[in-house]
Design a protein around this ligand. Structure first.
Ligand code: NAD
Ligand code: TYD
Length: 335
């Protein structure tokens, strides 16, 4: 079994590759992996083992058709994580999101079709649905993305579906909730807040801080992706949720406590444009059909994540860019 993993040097992709190489996915202990990753600001070669005979690393672009046509033959499956992934960046400049997430995904799907790749997992997101005031989304809910990031992921997700419908491409689509865990870039809320708290900098809470996210440990997300690869029905969509919903204020309070910091560091700052109020997935289908169930408790997963950032300062220190990663303070937030 040879698997090509795109975006395998990023947060979620590297977790998937490390886990697979560790032999934690039964039946895949001898699988060989090719990671294709452009190593943008978000990817790091050192997120992966440096020397493992089962791992081949290729620095390259998923939008490079020639490269894909050279690289893909001999692979049994593709797990497609590569993407521009941060909403705030997409609000500053949507073009890399369109290039990588839409055109890059289409190029990858087309090359898989031409070469007859036997299995593809398209890693998508709950953000394709927009925002939901109450209840949870099923896989049939219409897509109403609000940010350029979400719109580009929705386009990729629908292209995968279209390649299945039109050409019978054996693709499975996964959509999951917000991930947390080690190796996540400091631009995302948990690493940003933890690293700011650990360096005595203000914590920028957008808007009123009452937006709600559902949290999923990255190891559980990867377990879901692996189940989709092994057992997902072609052309189907599967949700992976963590089941833990928190307002950003509630999350911040937990992080302040875990970091041994003071709530005085927390500041309300100008809201994100088009900020989705709440995401929530119904993952009953994945539980019934794939046997999916998250295994990491939020309490222990969050504490371990904070410890990882405490223990790996060199990994994140160089990524903190004043003026961007550390937004200046505006308003103190009463507890
Ligand atoms: P990330 O930004 O940490 O990693 C993305 C990786 O893709 C990086 O290694 C980057 O170098 C690589 N990449 C970017 N453009 C590329 C290109 N053109 N060609 C090849 N490689 C390229 O993102 P992540 O958080 O690990 O997310 C991985 C996937 O999971 C994405 O598709 C994302 O939409 C999806 N997802 C993530 C979350 C989450 O909370 N992190 C939630 C739902 C879905
Ligand atoms: P983020 O980690 O960017 O993920 P997403 O936008 O994909 O959900 O943000 C998670 C939540 O945290 C979201 O409601 C925006 C909020 N947030 C802040 O309040 N401050 C910040 O500095 C960041 C990065 C996010």
């Amino acid at each position: 079994m040879r698997i090509l993993v795109t975006g395998g040097a990023g947060f979620v992709g590297s977790q998937y590759v490390r886990t697979l190489l560790d032999g934690a996915y039964q039946g895949y202990e001898n699988a060989e992996i090719t990671v294709l990753d452009l190593l943008t600001y978000a990817g790091r070669r050192t997120n992966l083992p440096v020397a493992d005979r089962r791992l081949t690393f290729v620095q390259g672009d998923i939008g490079d058709r020639g490269l894909l046509l050279d690289l893909l033959p001999g692979h049994d499956a593709v797990v497609h994580f590569a993407a521009e992934s941060h909403v705030d960046r997409s609000l500053e400049d949507a073009s890399p999101f369109t290039t990588t997430n839409v055109l890059g995904t289409q190029t990858l799907l087309e090359c898989c079709r031409r070469l007859g790749i036997g299995r593809i997992v398209q890693v998508s997101t709950d953000e394709v649905y927009g925002t939901i005031a109450e209840g949870s989304w099923s896989e049939e809910h219409p897509l109403l993305p609000n940010s350029p990031y979400a719109a580009s992921k929705a386009a990729a997700d629908l292209l995968a579906r279209a390649y299945h419908r039109s050409y019978g491409l054996p693709v499975v689509v996964t959509r999951c909730t917000n991930n947390y865990g080690p190796y996540q870039h400091v631009e995302k809320v948990i690493p940003r807040f933890v690293t700011n708290l650990l360096t005595d900098q203000p914590v920028p809470l957008y808007g009123d801080g009452l937006n709600v996210r559902e949290w999923l440990h990255v190891a559980d997300h990867c377990r879901g992706v692996q189940l989709a690869l092994e057992k997902g029905r072609e052309g189907e969509i599967y949700h992976f949720g963590g089941g833990v919903e928190l307002t950003n204020r509630e999350l911040t309070a937990l992080l302040v406590e875990l970091c041994g910091a003071s709530w005085d560091a927390v500041r309300l700052v100008t809201d994100r444009k088009g900020h989705d109020r709440r995401y929530c997935l119904d993952d009953g289908k994945a539980r019934r059909e794939l046997g999916y169930a998250p295994q990491v408790s939020f309490e222990s997963g969050l504490a371990a994540t904070v410890s990882w950032y405490q223990d790996n300062r060199a990994w994140w220190a160089e990524r903190m860019r004043p003026g961007r990663e550390n937004v200046g303070s505006t308003v103190a937030v009463p507890r």
